[in-house]
Design a protein around this ligand. Structure first.
Ligand code: MN
Length: 737
């Protein structure tokens, strides 16, 4: 086809759906673009005009858009790639068309790098937000479709990069806008370059079976057609096949072979009334064996977007399963045109004049079965993200900020430290003031300095996001506290020195909590802050601590002496009788050689009866019981100089408590109803639950920390076994250390 013939073909396509189009202006746009791109060649060696012409053809054929869109599609690369300007296009055609072209160029300029899912979602939103007129994104999608169709002329590197971008950005956008056919084609084309082997495998398998499949589809269609005819049911029936990418996804994700895919084929039966839908269903189930659990009645229970149909999957002749969708003509129209068709019915008569104008929107809504109504009304609104603005970091990440956001919001969105050290900001490479309002697609860079003096009070009124405001507020509070803490610490240290007490004695792990209790502050910093602002004095703090330090030292000495006396009785005294002395246990624990001593269970390893255990004589807290396999009671710890004498043998008595608190950790692949199964395991083992904490990891794992009360090792073992049996559970452990 010559270029002229291609253009005439475009005119013919437009005439078929919009005879009133502005053909003179469309021809003018074509001629202007042809002249502007004169001499430019595509990678294929063809004249460049082939490309805008093909994009306009897609815009007309697939989307049936208005004259302005066709003109803009023809002109879509002239501002970016030729000497033509916005003013020129605006004057020769219209300001709207110039804006459309400018909009498409803007999207072309955005550089994407592969990112995590969340970043991708932001990028997609940004693209839509930047297309103030929804036609911009439609033309851009058509542009991408043609580029993907002609990707074979690009370098392998470019093929991969563009395909990835298409798969992650343009295919999902097409889906959201209801352009199902374009979405499929984009996915198939991308797959061809992203996984050539996988793609080829499917295509050749389909090719090998093409004859068989086509025969099957024809046969089945005739079978259904004839039977419905015999029954006297007015109907239309046709079939379609799944496209390669969705077959690929099913085959590779669910590890299925081509023959195992249930919905490789689908037939659609369109009838006159609701009664006939159910009649057809009866006929289909009579003709073929239905597959259990695959029948869905969206007529009785329509989807949120108004979609209605009966869906069923049946086993065809030769054991090939296929899906059948049954609906009335009216339901079909709603399925094709979506919610807009509803509006049309509701507003019957009113606003009839605008109908033609929105015809293209209605076309867009084809095949909206997948999306829910809200999703979908959103996709229609061009101002759907009017309250958000999307900007880039210099590294190409997208930040999502409230509309009207300034560099201050951006800085605090990155990190509070960036905000607190900000000294300046650049937008698209130019220095701007802090109250500069950010626009979609801006690249924002924050200049920071270690010696920045921090936010100023008026930033609170410049910032748009509550996040930035609260971080600034925090800074003022914290910054003051830091000053106070620093001053308080200095005073306290001076006073300690004055009294001849070493700081390390105060900081000793087993002493500090007692000292803090004495001065009634939760942490040292809190005490410092109080001293700093004058609510407390360093003198009072030190004198109270001095008293407590003395008491602890005395108690420790007494304990040690008692222990010595028990373990090594002075010479001359009667040795202990050989029969074990009847010792009373404390909370079920017998401490060798010690009666009546305070026993506590260590929080790090939460021992239960049956565990091998060992005791540690603390300063002032009695004997702390650890599991022998607890890292805090490791042989190295036990043989640390000065500590050996404090480890002591302990055993479980016969009179253990009813239960002991302990912790079990469960790592599993995250899924639905996981917690339900864990609860069942807890209840069948009669385990009393103190608390359950769960968190999910980025790679779809869930970690549960179960705080439970356990009677003994037998019960614990039973519980851990039960947990292990739950599907998806990888590990059940008792944390220690
Ligand atoms: Mn282009």
């Amino acid at each position: 086809m010559t270029i002229q013939e291609q253009f005439e073909n475009l005119e013919k396509t437009i005439r078929s759906y919009n005879p009133a189009a502005d053909f003179a202006q469309i021809r003018a746009a074509f001629e202007f673009a042809q002249k502007a791109h004169e001499g430019q060649k595509r990678k294929s060696g063809e004249p460049y005009i082939i490309h805008p012409l093909a994009v306009a053809q897609i815009v007309a054929e697939e989307l049936k858009l208005d004259s302005e869109s066709i003109e803009a599609a023809l002109l879509h690369d002239v501002i970016e790639d030729t000497a033509a300007t916005h003013e020129q296009v605006s004057k020769l055609f219209s300001p709207t068309i110039a804006d459309l072209v400018e909009g498409v160029s803007k999207l072309t300029r955005i550089q994407y790098a592969t990112k995590e899912d969340e970043q991708m979602e932001n990028l997609r939103k940004m693209l839509i937000a930047m297309s103030k007129d929804i036609r911009v994104i439609l033309i851009k999608v058509a542009d991408r479709l043609h580029n993907m169709r002609t990707m074979e002329y690009q370098s392998p590197e470019k093929q991969k990069q563009k395909s990835l971008e298409t798969m992650e950005i343009y295919a999902p956008i097409s889906h959201r806008l209801g352009m199902q056919r374009i979405k499929w084609e984009l996915e198939d084309l991308s797959l061809k370059y992203l996984d050539p082997v996988g793609y080829q495998e499917i295509v050749s398998k389909l090719d090998a079976k093409r004859q068989e499949y086509e025969d099957f589809m024809r046969r089945t269609q005739i079978q259904i057609d004839e039977r419905l005819g015999e029954m006297g049911i007015q109907h239309i029936v046709y079939g379609r096949m799944k496209h390669p990418y969705s077959i690929y996804r099913k085959m590779f994700n669910q590890n299925k072979s081509l023959d195992e895919i249930f919905d490789l084929f689908a037939f659609r039966v369109i009838v006159e009334n609701v009664g006939d839908c159910y009649n057809v269903l009866g006929v289909i189930h009579d003709l073929y064996k239905p597959i259990l659990g695959r029948f869905k009645d969206y007529i009785g229970t329509p989807k949120p977007n108004g979609y209605q149909s009966l869906h069923t999957t049946v086993m065809g002749t030769d054991g090939i399963p296929f899906e059948v969708q049954i609906r009335t003509k009216e339901m079909h129209e709603i399925a094709e045109y979506g919610v807009a068709a509803h509006w049309k019915y509701k507003q019957n008569g009113q606003g009839a004049g605008t109908e033609g104008r929105y015809e293209w929107v209605r076309r867009l809504l084809e095949n909206q079965e997948g999306a829910d109504a809200e999703d979908y009304i959103h996709s229609l609104k061009v101002d759907m993200f009017a309250d958000e603005v999307f900007v880039f970091t210099p590294g190409g990440d997208v930040q999502n900020l409230p509309a009207g956001a300034t560099p201050i919001d951006f800085a605090y969105a990155i990190h509070s430290a960036v905000g607190n050290h900000m000294v300046g900001a650049k937008v698209n490479g130019r220095i701007v003031t802090f109250d500069h309002v950010l626009k979609n697609g801006d690249i924002v860079e924050i200049l920071t300095s270690k010696s920045a003096k921090g936010p100023s009070r008026d930033w609170m009124s410049i910032a748009r996001s509550s996040e930035a405001r609260s971080k600034i507020r925090q800074w003022f509070k914290k910054e003051k506290k830091e000053e106070n803490v620093a001053n308080g610490r200095a005073a306290f240290e001076a006073e300690l020195k004055h009294c001849g007490i070493a700081m390390k004695d105060v900081l000793a792990a087993d002493v500090l909590p007692l000292l803090l209790k004495k001065v009634a502050y939760p942490t040292l910093d809190d005490m410092y802050a109080a001293i700093g602002y004058g609510g407390f004095t360093a003198q009072k703090a030190v004198s109270r601590m001095q008293g407590e330090l003395g008491r602890i030292a005395k108690q420790h000495q007494a304990e040690k002496a008692a222990l010595e006396a028990e373990l090594h009785p002075p010479k001359g005294e009667e040795p202990k009788s050989s029969a074990p002395k009847r010792v009373k246990s404390e909370q079920g624990i017998i401490v060798e050689g010690l009666d009546n001593c305070l026993v506590k269970f260590s929080k790090c390893c939460t021992p239960v009866p049956g565990d091998e255990i060992i005791g540690f004589i603390t300063r002032g807290y009695g004997v702390s019981v650890h599991r022998c396999d607890c890292p805090n009671a490791s042989p190295e710890k036990r043989s640390q100089p000065g500590q050996e004498g404090r480890w002591i043998k302990v055993t479980w008595g016969n009179d253990t408590n009813d239960s002991y608190p302990t912790i079990v950790e469960v790592v599993c692949k995250d899924r639905l109803n996981l917690l339900l199964d864990i609860s069942a395991a807890l209840s069948t083992t009669n385990t009393f639950v103190l608390g359950i904490h769960s968190r999910s990891t980025e790679d779809q794992f869930a970690i549960f920390r179960l705080e439970v009360r356990i009677k003994d090792g037998t019960q614990l073992k039973a519980l851990m076994n039960k947990l292990h049996q739950i599907s998806g559970v990888l590990r059940v452990t008792r944390p220690a250390g």
